[in-house]
Design a binder for this molecule. Structure first.
Ligand code: MG
Length: 355
């Protein structure tokens, strides 16, 4: 793995495990020694900081960051040459803090030093604001609370025969793929803001696929391995704006991509849901059922959609794929409460406001 410049300058090599453990090794050289001729305490500290810090990194999601906030080192034996090996492991982890411990031993297995420390954790780049604004949209794990930064949002239209019919299309009309900007994300409990003077705004309840692993031209048989989990989503649509754009033969990006057009629930891992089929999907507006369907009615199931979209667009961790809506779409008005539900995944509740 790559290591920071300072670690590399010292000659430290790091092996990071996937289970909250890490090993850092250093072949001692003359420039590592102090005036007494043994390895400098700063070098030992750096070796331990590296091993324990790498252990913390291995225990947090890829997009998270961490920084050492304390490191207490006990120096036991001086060494002047040979190989030193530091082992670190995470002792305990909270929401924003991790505690790690470890030790350094020489080639003969003799204890040279031991340390414990604490690390501050960030679910986003420390130099950027926390992901509540459009600059850094995110989705959250339902049970873990962990945040995943959203990349691009892909969406499929015309994936349920009954919806195709209500839109005046053939039941077996081929699906259409479009994009929404990540800045369109709204979370459970949030508000859809309708821009002024846009005519009808429609609800479309949809199963959302959250991508966990990068891939392009993914084979349908491998597609589910790229799925991290699923969420409940609403593909909010400025229907009149879209119809006008269609009539003129112009793109309808704004109709699908306006701010707050992509409410998304918390994410449930794929192991709990499987291939995304067989799930009841509903939408209530002010307690009245408007849409009801089953994801098994998709014309193109999740694996097929992932495979076909990835032929053209590389899928990356944090990308979302809206998979189309069952029939029953219709207009909403300011003050309406939308409650979208998908079996086994959960509920997404948003209110409609005006901009
Ligand atoms: Mg849709």
């Amino acid at each position: 793995m790559s290591v920071p410049a300072f670690t590399s300058y010292l000659g430290i090599e790091v092996e990071r495990m996937d289970n909250g453990e890490a090993v850092a090794t250093l072949r001692l050289a003359p420039h590592h020694r102090n005036l007494r001729g043994v390895v400098h305490g700063g070098v030992i500290s750096a070796l331990l900081d590296t091993a324990l810090g790498a252990a913390v990194v291995s225990a947090i999601p890829k997009e998270w960051w961490c920084a050492t906030t304390s490191l207490a080192v006990q120096f036991l034996e001086g060494r002047s040459d040979g190989l030193l090996r530091a082992r670190g492991s995470v002792l305990r982890r909270g929401g924003r803090v991790a505690f790690a411990g470890g030790e350094v031993r020489d080639e003969a297995g003799r204890l040279v030093a031991a340390a414990q420390g604490s690390w501050h954790l960030w679910p986003h780049h420390p130099g950027q604001p926390e992901g509540s604004g459009p600059s850094s949209p995110w989705v959250v794990g339902k049970n873990t609370g962990e945040r995943l930064r959203v990349g691009k949002i892909l969406a499929v239209g015309r994936n349920y025969a009954e919806h195709n019919k209500e839109m005046g299309n053939r039941p077996d009309a081929p699906p259409v793929v479009f994009l929404k900007p990540a800045s369109a994300i709204v979370h459970d409990g949030g508000a859809v803001r309708v821009p002024p003077g846009v005519g009808e705004v429609h609800h479309e309840v949809e199963l959302v696929v959250v991508v966990g692993k990068e891939g392009r031209a993914i084979a349908e048989a491998d597609a589910l391995q790229h799925v991290l989990g699923y969420a409940v989503g609403l593909d909010m649509t400025l229907r009149d704006v879209q119809a006008e754009a269609k009539r003129k033969g112009e793109p309808w990006s704004i109709a699908k991509g306006f701010d707050t057009s992509a409410p998304v629930s918390a994410v449930v891992p794929r192991d709990e849901i499987g291939d995304g089929s067989g799930l009841t999907i509903t939408l209530d507006v002010n307690g009245v059922r408007r849409q009801e369907g089953n994801t098994s009615a998709m014309l193109h199931p999740v694996a097929a959609l992932v495979a076909s979209v990835s032929r053209f667009v590389t899928l990356e961790r944090g990308d979302l794929l809206f998979t189309g809506t069952p029939s029953g779409v219709g207009p909403v008005a300011p003050g309406d409460v939308l409650e979208a539900r998908i079996e086994k995944i959960g509920t997404l509740r948003v209110v409609v406001g005006s901009d």
